[in-house]
Design a protein around this ligand. Sequence first.
Ligand code: AMP
Ligand code: MG
Length: 404
Amino acid sequence: MRTNLSVEEALELVLGEVRGGLKAEELPLREALGRVLAEDLPALVDHPDQDDTAIDGYACRQADTLGASPESPVRLRLIGEAPAGRPFPGRVGPGEAVAVYTGAPIPEGADAVVRVEDTRREGEEVLLFAPASPKDIRPKGDDLKRGEVYLRRGDLLTPGRLGLAAAMGHPRVRVFRRPRVGILSTGDEVVEPGEPLPFGGVYNSNAYSLLGLVLEAGGEPVLLGKVEDRPEALLERLEGAGPLDLLLTSGGVSMGAYDVVRRVLEERGEVVFWKVKQQPGGPLLLARLGGLPVLGLPGNPVSSMVTFFLYGRPFLFRLQERTDPPYASLWAKALTPFRGAKGKKVFRRGVLALGEEAVVRTTGNQSSGVLRSMAFGNALVVIPPDGEVREGERVEVIPLTFVP
Ligand code: AMP
Ligand code: MG
């Protein structure tokens, strides 16, 4: 077992536990938001599928309209119209025009369009006060070229990409199955909300913040409830959990006599590492239990969320072969000081505001028991080991993408 790792070393070991091979499943597009593509998607069609007009106006021959102006308009004979989806069946000859509407194919014979604002209709004729131009013709394949791959395996399906898949002609997509993530809270004092709170009790908040984080990372949470600080209770519950891709436990990984998670994993599984030089979340543990990767998250509500965000989320991204990074940092001006810690990388919770200049202030009480810092903070402020941030200094921040 390794111990006292840096954040970077710990992350590498966690990612090293990804075995891959999540099965793919086929879903209709309407159910695929937030899923990750397991296949490359080529466009099945050109878009537009032929030259079409980007504006409402009149399609005609540009040569007929040269020099048209309000003072000397050009007069063309109107021979028909082409609304979107109803192509004009004939051909545009010299001195002729067809009324066209956005998205309609350019009729044969025409090579330019004049916008309707620069025209006036007079019975079967139309007056042009400006020359027609080809600039508002969208060439065939301007948006999508048939056969070209625009979405790839590993791409997260966002709203824009769902639309893109549809535009390319795909009604269904192959996506990775959502990883099943067990969430097990430990602690004699932990009580489900809705039950009366005994003296010294605490409501099981970790199960719900972790559930949210797992969903947000594309996983399928499997709520395993809570167990008391007894090794047998823990093992029993795990046996009934069904197949999992990752197990999250919360609590029981510190130094105390009742910290049974660590003991059980040492005896029944294999602990890869315990303790990371970071705050909050220092007692984090990584283990394997019969092939199942286990992240033993510290019980404090902020610690469990921060460690899941820093390690569990990247694990789930990698497992789903996501191509985008699980988090990224930017630099902001500190509006308040942030304390560091000796020998530890520190993740304070801040409120980040983006504008002409990014600025960040503390959420207030930074105790790892104060969950409000994660509920209303929208960024982690990163302070390197032995560092310290004074007001006005620039500091690295990691936006928490799930907080508005
Ligand atoms: P532990 O990591 O077990 O030493 O717990 C650290 C602190 O987190 C203690 O104050 C616990 O009461 C609290 N805690 C542990 N599990 C939970 C939970 N599921 N929900 C809320 N608080 C918890
Ligand atoms: Mg405990």
